[in-house]
Design a protein around this ligand. Structure first.
Ligand SMILES: C[S@@+](CC[C@H](N)C(=O)[O-])C[C@H]1O[C@@H](n2cnc3c(N)ncnc32)[C@H](O)[C@@H]1O
Length: 273
């Protein structure tokens, strides 16, 4: 990744971690009190993790990593933000998970930062791969971190979302941008998705929208064996202002718009034996 992109994105994330820890969206106290942050679909689709070693790439401040630990996995979280790694260690201590390990590293240097260790499970969650410029290199990292026969599982926000107008005033689904991006998306806005009114100064950031075909092709190219790609008509946050929250805490479009486009996807694959 270009040093400029890496440096700006890291500064942006470092500043946002403490805001996220204290935010309503992340509900950290509820997590400490026992709530899991990984979603029901993820738990069912990934399957049994108890007794397995699990690497979480781009772990943020560790809620999802530690959710898998609560489900019995021996976890390692990796993130390039020192604030995220520190937050994750504090959270592990707060909930008494002593054997969780958190490593500071860029995704692309993960295999070296982890000393070449290979894991039974490699996991990544919502809002992660859009921060990476090279999806083929990411897929090779996933492959390099998996033990023979190990499972890769990811949940991600659907890339088609980037084609639609998400202006705060918008009241319906309206194509405005494109699904296909050759250049990074450049943002320079204060606040964060967890608290739009938060005061922030490190606002310049770079994102890459990776189409579903690109992601699947990258994983196949890295030697993984795909088991499924699932697309969902709901999502874990209100990415458009007019979405409605269901009893399952997922957001959908209202009325006739419900189900017209996919909003999240999951992929499970495994490394050859
Ligand atoms: C939206 S958060 C992760 C989302 C996670 N599913 C959650 O909600 O807790 C994205 C994370 O990716 C990390 N990140 C971004 N670019 C990275 C990179 N190149 N290498 C490692 N971590 C990165 C950020 O520090 C941040 O913690």
């Amino acid at each position: 990744m270009e040093p400029e992109h890496l440096e700006k994105n890291k500064a942006m994330w470092d500043e946002r971690v403490p805001i996220h820890v204290d935010s309503k969206l992340y509900a950290t106290q509820a997590f400490i009190d026992g709530q899991l942050s990984v979603k029901r679909d993820e738990i069912e689709e990934l399957g049994e993790v108890a007794g397995k070693t699990l690497l979480h790439l781009q772990c943020h401040f560790g809620q999802d990593t530690l959710s898998w630990a609560r489900l019995g996995a021996k976890v390692t979280g990796l993130d390039f933000s020192p604030a995220a790694v520190m937050g994750a260690r504090k959270l592990a201590e707060a909930i008494g998970v002593e054997d969780a390990r958190f490593v500071e590293s860029e995704v692309y240097t993960a295999p070296a930062a982890l000393g070449g260790e290979r894991f039974d499970v490699v996991y990544t969650g919502g809002g992660a791969i859009n921060w990476l410029n090279d999806i083929n290199r990411w897929a090779r990292v996933v492959s390099d971190c998996l033990a023979p026969g190990g499972t890769f599982y990811m949940r991600e926000f659907h890339p088609v979302l980037s084609a639609f107008d998400d202006d705060p005033e918008v009241t319906t689904l309206r194509p405005r941008w494109t699904y296909f991006h050759d250049e990074p998306l450049v943002w320079d806005e204060p606040g964060t998705y967890a608290d739009a009114n938060a005061e922030t100064t490190h606002n310049l950031s770079y994102e890459w929208n990776h189409g579903l075909g690109e992601v699947v092709t990258a994983l196949i190219g890295a030697g993984l064996v795909l088991e499924f790609v699932h697309e969902f008509p709901y999502i874990s946050y209100d990415c458009f202002p007019f979405m409605v929250r269901g009893d399952d805490a997922m957001y959908r479009f209202p009325g006739e718009l419900d189900g017209v486009i996919p909003l999240m996807y999951t992929i499970r694959a495994h490394a050859p034996d």
